[in-house]
Design a protein around this ligand. Structure first.
Ligand code: IMO
Ligand code: MG
Length: 423
């Protein structure tokens, strides 16, 4: 069984926790897009781990993890993550972690360009500053450097020379700053290449051979549907295909091999960075939910914007991703509320929208139409079976299920591994 986990909102839906749980029953976990802009948190007992590039399944010692061709890899961040885990007694060798030679490399000029571009924009995106956009841009304009290139001094030299010739001109003429020197970057990245080389392979072949041998793969999505480069709230999106369709291009595993797609959604909505967010709280609830849900970015530490559950968005995500099951995360964060709102449509210039509007102007100014539900005002933290949930909590879950038109299979009621209800 090959399963995909994607986020159905703006990221941070709790994919890390879900992957940690589901990966116990699969052989291999693979990332297929994004880079170290992701921050996937896994809580094990009192310990908390945050993964940026390495799949969240790596804590299970007998499991194999893969970073596919669709991911952009910052080698410094990658090696740093391995070192940090080693300090915490999680040892990762090449037998347990494979990275694609075709994955593109985040270079120092990508990180700088990310910041400079943002500083010049009037409509800021609020990127994570990790160089993700510029790296994907180079991939598409065919001047990117791939992981395999770091293992070949001649190839790296030629590509880096071409890139620096262009980038230095852009940096000096457009942004008025000088210069990246070839020598330093060349040496640094050759050195990364040596350290990374044992992990590098053709991960598409590796995954497909594993499937042929009857092994099961779990695909770990990063970001969320509304950060997707095509279907998200463009231009306030990331630069990769974070929807389920991205699995195939980002891993080399064909659509015929995918069996199930699970969407992670929060019981409310959050967003980090800029961009429209119709159901965003404007009241004191903003701080209350942020603090209760510990809604601070796992990658940048920025406070997350919080709001009510938007069923229009999640329904759209269910369609685009072909979602088979939903996992509702962080339901417990709503435990104290007296009343809960669910967005079921938008109003703009007198017109009612029941679907995610095509025109971003409409979405940016949309007035949410809410349905109100009674809260349950009781703790759900210790509950492990669905019928034991307070009746109003079940009503809420079942209403979301009806609106999104997908079965809710998992309900998370805390950050720890066992704080989950499977229906
Ligand atoms: P996980 O995998 C939430 C957001 C950034 C910014 C926009 C573009 O933890 O869910 P980028 O650096 O990708 O060019 O920034 O995307 N963003 C995320 N928001 N969770 C993430 O990942 C995100 N990765 C990027 O805040 O608005
Ligand atoms: Mg995150």
């Amino acid at each position: 069984m090959n399963i995909v986990v994607i986020g159905a909102q703006w990221g941070d839906e709790g994919k890390g926790k879900l992957i940690d749980i589901l990966s116990k029953d699969t052989d291999i976990t693979a990332r297929y897009q994004g880079g170290n802009n992701a921050g996937h948190t896994v809580a094990v007992g009192e310990k908390e781990y945050i993964f940026h590039l390495i799949p969240s399944a790596i804590l299970h010692k007998e499991k194999i993890c893969v970073i596919g061709n669709g991911v952009v890899i910052d080698p410094k961040a990658f090696l740093g993550e391995i070192e940090d885990l080693k300090k915490r007694k999680v040892h990762i060798g090449p037998s347990r972690l494979k990275i694609s030679g075709n994955a593109h490399v985040v270079m120092p000029y990508h990180r700088i360009l990310d910041g400079l571009r943002e500083s010049k924009r009037k409509n800021k995106i609020g990127t994570t500053g990790r160089g993700i956009g510029p790296c994907y841009a180079d991939k598409v304009t065919r001047c990117g450097i791939r992981i395999i290139d770091l293992l070949n001094p001649e190839v790296l030299k030629a590509k880096l020379e071409d890139n620096l010739a262009e980038k230095n001109e852009i940096f000096s003429r457009v942004y008025g700053r000088t210069d990246f020197t070839f020598g330093d970057i060349y040496q640094e990245y050759l050195d990364y290449g040596k350290k990374i080389s044992p992990f590098v392979c053709d991960t598409a072949l590796f995954l497909n051979r594993a499937i042929d041998q009857g092994k099961s793969i779990l695909f770990e999505g990063a970001q969320g549907t509304f950060l997707d480069i095509d279907f998200g709230t463009y231009p306030f999106v990331t630069s990769s295909s974070s929807i389920a369709g991205g699995v195939c291009v980002g891993s080399g595993v064909a659509p015929t091999k995918i069996d199930k797609i699970i969407a992670a959604v929060k019981a409310y909505t959050t967003r980090v960075g800029e961009g429209p967010f119709p159901t965003e709280f404007s009241t004191g609830l903003k701080e209350e939910i942020r603090n209760k849900g510990k809604e601070f970015g796992a990658t940048t530490g920025r406070p997350r914007r919080c709001g009510w559950f938007d069923s229009v968005l999640v329904r759209y995500a269910a369609v685009i991703n072909g979602v088979s099951e939903l996992a509702i995360m962080k339901l417990d964060v709503l435990d104290d509320l007296k009343e809960i709102q669910i967005c079921t449509g938008y109003r703009y210039k007198g017109k009612l929208y029941k679907d995610f509007p095509l025109d971003s102007e409409v979405f940016a100014h949309a007035q949410p139409v809410y349905e109100q539900m009674k809260g349950w005002q009781a703790s759900t933290r210790g509950i492990r079976s669905y019928p034991k949930l307070p009746v109003n909590a079940r009503r809420y879950v079942e209403r979301l299920e009806a609106l999104v038109k997908v079965k809710i299979k998992y309900i998370s009621i805390g950050s720890k591994r066992d704080e989950i209800i499977a229906r």
